[in-house]
Design a protein around this ligand. Structure first.
Ligand code: FIX
Ligand code: ZN
Length: 425
């Protein structure tokens, strides 16, 4: 078989393998859909074009000295989208990954990506029904389940859980996750919110605080039917941290015992430094090198717990692969945020396969807008297939017979089964 034929076969097998997308910010329609005010499910051209990645990029073309941030934020969503489309897609070539993603999405939806205004796209999206459109996007992206990020300390979302009840976790197309960064990033605020929910937790963990914190975690893991518990942690986070004994106790005496009892993973997304440019809002965060040794300490000291970890700094990736070689209870996943670009997906996927074989989950989409699933998975599948083709070619060179059955098994492990097996209770 020629190299070209091998590549064609691998591309097909990767394209045909359904993905379980383990981390997104996409919501089931029961949480309300844009443009309905307060709708958490974001979709359609205006949301696509005002993705916070593109907001950051348009301010490099039209700086705040020309269009002040507050003036931009006062513009309507449509006006913001028109501004971004003009400057990033019409007057300049949409070369960035976030720009190219919009072009790929429009193309895969059967729309001409060469429009000079958004008018025709708006008309097309206006004719779509949100819930049916979810099925269309999942089919185009070949995603068999979308994993939400359910932020228990977000008052708006928690109010929806209170009003929707079990319906909030009833859409089989979506899995739920308990997201609770503040337990470690803003403990006083978490205590205030838990107290308001009826959990007698004190900031100094006195009295029945630990029992109440464990009750809070158990209650919300059960209520949301969470498949894992997630936290995004700053580059300064450490475990153990002599400077933060309270945080260590929260992890050691509440978080991990509850997760071990439920046999649920703790997904840690480490290295996001929030609000470096606060005027950009969600677009104002950066990634900074974090501490991999803290991950190793947790995997070593809590062998009965499962840890899913992704890190935001490119510099942390090799170290994380090496730690994962030492701990089978650690699943490295995804090329997160500023790493979700073809050049870095390729570098990370090669490194991971060479150090860990097919025991990782190479990608998640982190989609914030439903439609993004189309481009994020189209682009990532291309890169993952390219790396696998090289690996298979190397093995064939050494005399190994590579069968379609083997390639299909590997594709299933990487895109779905490693993750699904890892979260199995
Ligand atoms: O912490 C997170 O879940 C990050 O993925 C987000 O905060 C970030 O804005 C994002 O969507 C990156 O892709
Ligand atoms: Zn995210």
């Amino acid at each position: 078989m020629s190299r070209k034929e091998l590549a064609r076969q691998v591309d097909r097998i990767i394209a045909d393998q359904p993905v379980t997308d383990l981390h997104t910010h996409v919501y089931a329609p029961v949480f309300g859909a844009s443009p309905k005010p307060g709708g958490l499910l974001l979709w359609g051209i205006d949301e696509l074009v005002t993705y916070h990645y593109l907001v950051a990029e348009v301010f490099r073309v039209v700086p705040a000295s020309v269009l002040p941030y507050e003036k931009f934020w006062q513009m309507s969503k449509a006006a913001q989208a028109d501004h971004i489309w003009k400057h990033l897609f019409v007057e300049r070539t949409p070369l960035s990954e976030a720009c190219r993603g919009v072009i790929t999405t429009l193309d895969k939806l059967g729309l001409d990506p060469n429009e000079r205004t958004l008018t025709r796209y708006r008309r097309w999206f206006a004719a779509q029904d949100a819930s049916q459109y979810i099925d269309k996007v999942m089919a185009l992206a070949n995603v068999d389940q979308i994993t939400m990020t359910n932020a228990v300390f977000d008052d708006q979302e928690r109010a929806l859980w209170d009003s929707l009840g079990p319906k909030a976790a009833a859409d089989p197309r979506f899995a739920t996750v308990l997201r609770c960064d503040q337990l470690l990033t803003d403990w006083p605020q978490a205590v205030t919110k838990m107290a308001a929910m009826g959990y007698a937790v004190a900031t100094d963990l006195s009295g029945a605080s630990l029992n109440e914190l464990r009750r809070f975690l158990s209650d919300w893991l059960k209520r949301t039917k969470a498949v894992y518990l997630a936290m995004s942690l700053p580059p300064s986070w450490r475990y153990p941290d002599p400077a933060n004994p309270l945080g260590d106790r929260i992890v050691r005496e509440a978080l991990l015992p509850v997760l071990a009892q439920e046999n649920l993973p703790w997904a840690m997304m480490i290295g996001s430094l929030r609000g470096v440019n606060p005027a950009l809002k969600d677009a104002g965060d950066i990634g900074v090198r974090a501490d991999v040794l803290s991950v190793a300490h947790l995997c070593r000291d809590f062998s009965g717990n499962k840890f899913m970890v992704t890190m935001l700094a490119r510099e942390n990736q090799h170290e994380l692969c090496v730690v994962a070689r030492k701990f089978g209870n650690l699943l490295p996943f995804g090329c997160w945020w500023f790493l979700n670009n073809p050049s870095l997906i390729e570098e990370m996927t090669r490194m991971r396969l060479e150090l860990l074989g097919a025991t990782i989950t190479p990608q998640h989409s982190d989609a914030r807008i439903l439609d993004q699933l189309i481009y994020k998975w189209t682009h990532s599948r291309q890169v993952i297939a390219k790396v696998l083709t090289d690996k298979y070619a190397d093995l064939k060179e050494a005399g190994l017979k590579i069968t379609k059955k083997m390639m299909k098994r590997d594709a299933a492990l990487l895109l779905r089964d490693n993750y699904r097996n890892f979260i199995k209770k």
